[in-house]
Ligand binder design. Structure first.
Ligand code: TRP
Length: 452
């Protein structure tokens, strides 16, 4: 039986389904590929602490704000802002979100493709017996080979489109509901394996024992960008998902649980990776290759390594898939609702457009590698612009909207489900979205521009 939902709009069927879908979006390569590599490059525990402070003081309030806008607006990000603030320019944030969705999908699906390649290489036994140097060469040769990375990109994009084609309830919900818990369990198994390696303590020390002198403006900006990226906030993904949350769900609790789950997975990924890196003599600052170069080397040196390796890369692919669908859904919802396309046409159009940008992105790591702006190739530019700039700017305006433009009565009514549930945190929330979060985001920007 379907429930009485949002004006007949498709919606998630239960609290668990909401959490699973939103956590599915949040938990992905951001936690397992990007968080460890940034932590490794930015000083370990010092980065983790800045990251945690940002998640609590900025991340959770932005997430709640996106839910409010989506559930009250009942549309894609652009349409929701138009509905809630007619005649005002807030919808520009929604548009920026749609643009960011293209950019994120282009590089994100590229890395998702790598997970398939490494699964395949693991399956055919090509990773075993390789030295660390050989694995580095292998990663490099693969990236530059163009054909295979493009093939995996297209396959991954195809999976994403297929799930989106089956719609919110049938598609997103059905897959995330059982895939997310599975992921959690496999990750814990990996942690246990890593922690029982000899010499694992050094990795734990790196991850949890902070050296505060490592905190620089770069570290703070990277942590801010990573918090937005990992929580899927700042571009309207969660406005879109918020519009599918039915009127009886508790938005504050949902946001809190998702942030907790997302942060736990990032920390678990750290616990799975760093002890192993140190125990087996890798380098934590191996950059984007950390997972793809260091881990296969580590897997080889452990009992049942080949098996763990397959599980790991499947886990990574699955986590990535539940994230790519949430990004593609933003574009599809926009095209379907604003340009009145059918969902089918919208999905096909969005997939084709993303694929063009995506293939250029894949090539930027190979034959187009000489094209650089500010020392970064296209892949690097997309990653930097979206995480460190577009998402935080989007988040800044999202909290400003809830803090200063949207009616406080309506915020209250969304957070209390029209008085049916308690939201004792409301005054604190309002204070944060009005002052704390906007000032904090602005300060990070000014700090990293060297202005303060
Ligand atoms: N949060 C996902 C991850 O950590 C990626 C992602 C999904 C995302 N939707 C997003 C990032 C929206 C930014 C904005 O892998």
């Amino acid at each position: 039986m379907s429930e009485p939902v949002n004006n007949g709009r498709d919606s998630f069927s239960s609290r668990f389904a909401v959490i699973a879908a939103v956590a599915g979006s949040a938990i992905g390569l951001g936690n397992i590929w990007r968080f460890p590599y940034l932590t490794g490059e930015n000083g370990g525990a010092a980065f983790l602490i800045v990251y945690l402070i940002i998640v609590i003081s900025i991340g959770i309030p932005v997430m709640i704000s996106e839910f409010i806008i989506g559930r009250a607006g009942q549309k894609n990000p652009y349409g929701s802002f138009k509905a809630l603030a007619p005649g005002k320019p807030w919808y520009v944030i929604g548009l920026m979100g749609v643009v960011a969705a293209f950019m994120i999908l282009a590089f994100y699906t590229t890395v998702s493709g790598w997970t398939l390649e490494y699964f395949y290489q693991g399956l055919t036994g090509n990773l075993s017996g390789k030295t660390d140097a050989e694995l580095t060469v292998m990663f490099d040769v693969f990236l530059k080979s163009s054909f295979r990375p493009i093939l995996w990109f297209i396959i991954f994009m195809g999976f994403t489109a297929l799930i989106i084609l089956s719609g919110v309830k049938e598609g997103i919900e059905r897959y995330t509901k059982f895939l997310m818990p599975m992921l959690f369990i496999i990750l814990i198994a990996l942690c246990i394996r890593s922690l029982t390696l000899k010499g694992a303590g050094e990795g734990l020390r790196f991850l949890f024992y902070p050296d505060f002198s490592k905190i620089t403006s770069k570290v703070v900006l990277e942590a801010l960008g990573q918090a937005f990226f990992s929580l899927s906030i700042g571009m309207g993904t969660l406005i879109t998902y918020g519009s599918y949350i039915n009127k009886r769900e508790n938005l504050g609790i949902s946001a809190l649980l998702v942030c907790l789950a997302d942060t736990s997975v990032a920390v678990l990924a750290g616990i799975a990776i760093f002890p192993a890196v140190f125990a087996l003599g890798g380098s934590p600052a191996s950059g984007t290759g950390l997972v793809f170069i260091v881990l296969p080397g580590i897997f080889q040196k452990m009992p049942l390594g080949g098996f763990f390796q397959l599980i790991f890369f499947i886990l990574l692919a699955v986590a990535a898939l539940t994230s790519t669908i949430s990004v593609l859904e933003v574009i599809v919802a926009y095209l379907a609702e604003e340009l009145k396309m059918t969902r089918r046409k919208a999905t096909i159009a969005a997939t084709l457009m993303v694929s063009v940008l995506g293939i250029i992105t894949v090539l930027s790591l190979g034959s187009l590698g000489n094209f650089k702006i500010f020392e970064k190739n296209i892949f690097g530019i997309l990653e930097y612009l979206t995480s460190n700039i577009m998402l935080p700017v989007g988040g800044l305006f999202i909290v400003l909207f809830i803090g200063w433009s949207f009616s406080p009565q309506r915020t209250k009514s969304e957070l209390t489900n029209e008085g049916k549930v308690k939201a004792g945190y409301l005054p604190v929330f309002m204070f944060i979205v009005k002052f704390v979060a906007p000032v904090a985001i602005a300060l990070v920007f000014l700090y990293s521009l060297g202005i303060i």
